[in-house]
Design a protein. Structure first.
Length: 246
């Protein structure tokens, strides 16, 4: 499903939410409920996201986790849970051909809008992201099932960043998570287990899973081959031993 951001008026939204363009022309998700966070939008070129992308290095945790320092660096990556596309854009900038899946049509519209504005900006950063990042509105498990059955284009890396419930009742999630949690429930254990099984069946080299630093692994078996740990998150790496035909 490819949904043009211009058709956002037809999208179904939870009560209290709306989509509109701001004065800068950005498509925004607006939560009008009391105490809600401000508008949510995707901007790869400005603000905190833009600065993070400009400061990107292959020595950062995520590039190391996906294998940039390995003997056989990856060329292609499937981000199966792309969300607003920050990690997908980072990896595209480093030279990977990235396919980014997002199941929510609303979040996908924000992602597509941010990518379209990056492409139209005339900036080198926007051009580099747009030429290597392909967004698709699709359910990750359905997409991976089809990929496994057809044995078509096999990505070197499958990247998973599944949403997880915040068990700290007194804590307020950051703006992005507040909006995403209102649109989509976090996956349950059975869904995560199937997602991981499918990812391992499809990836040619490795599966990388982003987790909160002290959270349990996404599945009990198999255990990660190794992990890259930061201050608040870690990236669990599952190396694939069986070779796929290329």
């Amino acid at each position: 499903m490819n949904l043009a951001p211009e058709t956002f008026e037809s999208l179904s939204l939870p009560a209290g939410f709306s989509l509109a363009r701001d004065k800068q022309g950005r498509l925004c998700l607006i939560d009008s409920r009391k105490g809600a966070a401000g508008p949510l939008y995707v901007d790869f070129l400005a603000g905190a996201s833009g600065w993070r992308l400009r400061d990107l290095s292959r020595n950062d945790l995520l590039p190391r986790a996906v294998g940039f320092k390995s003997a056989r660096p990856p060329r292609t990556l499937l981000d199966a849970t792309a969300g607003l596309g920050h990690d997908a854009a980072s990896l595209a900038l480093l030279g990977l051909d990235v396919t980014a899946l997002e199941v929510s049509p609303v979040v996908f519209a924000l992602l597509q809008d941010g990518l379209a504005r990056a492409r139209a900006s005339g900036q080198e950063l926007g051009r580099r992201i747009a030429e290597r990042l392909t967004p698709l509105c699709a359910d990750a498990r359905s997409f991976l099932r089809l990929s496994a059955a057809e044995c078509g284009s096999i990505p070197d890396v499958v990247y998973l960043d599944p949403m997880f419930p915040d068990k700290r009742k007194a804590a307020r999630s950051r703006k992005e998570m507040q909006h995403l949690q209102a649109l989509l429930p976090p996956p349950n254990a059975a869904e995560l287990s199937e997602l991981m099984k499918l990812a391992l069946a499809v990836a040619a080299q490795r599966v990388v899973v982003k987790r909160p630093l002290h959270a349990p692994e996404i599945v009990d078996n198999p255990p990660p081959s190794h992990s890259h740990r930061g201050k608040s998150v870690r990236f669990d790496v599952y190396l694939v031993t069986s070779a796929h035909p290329r």
